[in-house]
Design a protein around this ligand. Sequence first.
Ligand code: FAD
Length: 318
Amino acid sequence: MKITEHIKNAQGKALFSFELLPPVKGQSIKHIYDTIDPLMEFNPPFIDVTYHREDYIYKEQPGGLLQKIAYRKRPGTVAICAAIMNRYKVDAVPHLICGGFTKEETENALIDLQFLGIDNVLVLRGDARQTENAFYPTPGGHAYASDLLEHVVDMNQGKYLHDAIDVTDQSTFCIGVAGYPEKHFEAPNLETDFKYLKKKVDLGANFIVTQMFFDNQKYLEFVKKCKEYDIHVPIIPGLKPITHSRQLISLPKTFHIDIPVDLSDAVRACKSELDVKEVGIEWLISQSKELIEMGAPVLHYYTMGNAEPTKRIAEAVF
Ligand code: FAD
């Protein structure tokens, strides 16, 4: 079912959902089930699975030469989505990125998703490779999420890249896009970032999932600004509890977000990492309760492969 239909059917009651990362290559899909099993009691109508572009690694050859090898650390997004739908009978939402795909490969990936009965996709530009200092599109691929989104919209209208003969079936993907309450780090200013967010919605995005934030005021301001820009699709807040003191540095560095001073002070005052986790969970519980009062349609948790903090939050909130 489409995420917009799940939200409509909930009639104003906030839904619970979460995001998973595919396990690193060589690990079992059991890691996925171990994350999902404890969270199923909160009835998630959908579960997101991230997509990871291949990166480069360098291997030393006899003689000292370095060989550059393309390597995907976390493969398996589409198969994990199919396994989730089969095992738990909930909707799985694959993330689909521009990086690493030509347009032809994107189209074929979308056909795979359509044939698997996947109703929703979250379309993204994708992160830069870790070994590169900026995002570089794949030659012959899409450069921005809006380009990829147009491609999905075209397929929803039965339009393929090269004239398909006898089109008798067309996809009906419900399309999500990313939004940044604290601005995407590459955007020169918030207004420009909103201009492109608006473009994604005008092209046909059906819902927005936000980058994580720790100050609900940022979400409120984002929702307000979306209205000013005539953006009226559901805005799903993305949430992540702090579970380790090192995240005071790593989260702002990786995700370009602020940590409120009350939270960073509370983490710094902790005597152990166990205490840090408690502070992080308590913060997210009160953040989640307030977001429900603010009318957030879904609370979407970034589990990053660790169900326990999200379970504790869901027990207190749902
Ligand atoms: P875009 O919407 O394309 O925007 C990227 C930047 O370009 C922005 O600064 C925007 O203002 C600007 N821009 C947009 N359109 C144009 C244009 N036409 N001309 C000029 N500038 C433009 N990454 C992954 O690799 N895999 C994942 O699974 C993944 N999941 C995510 C889930 C969520 C909810 C979020 C918030 C992010 C996720 N990301 C993921 C990270 C995301 O790919 C990065 O933040 C990426 O840098 C931007 O992606 P986007 O879709 O927002 O890009």
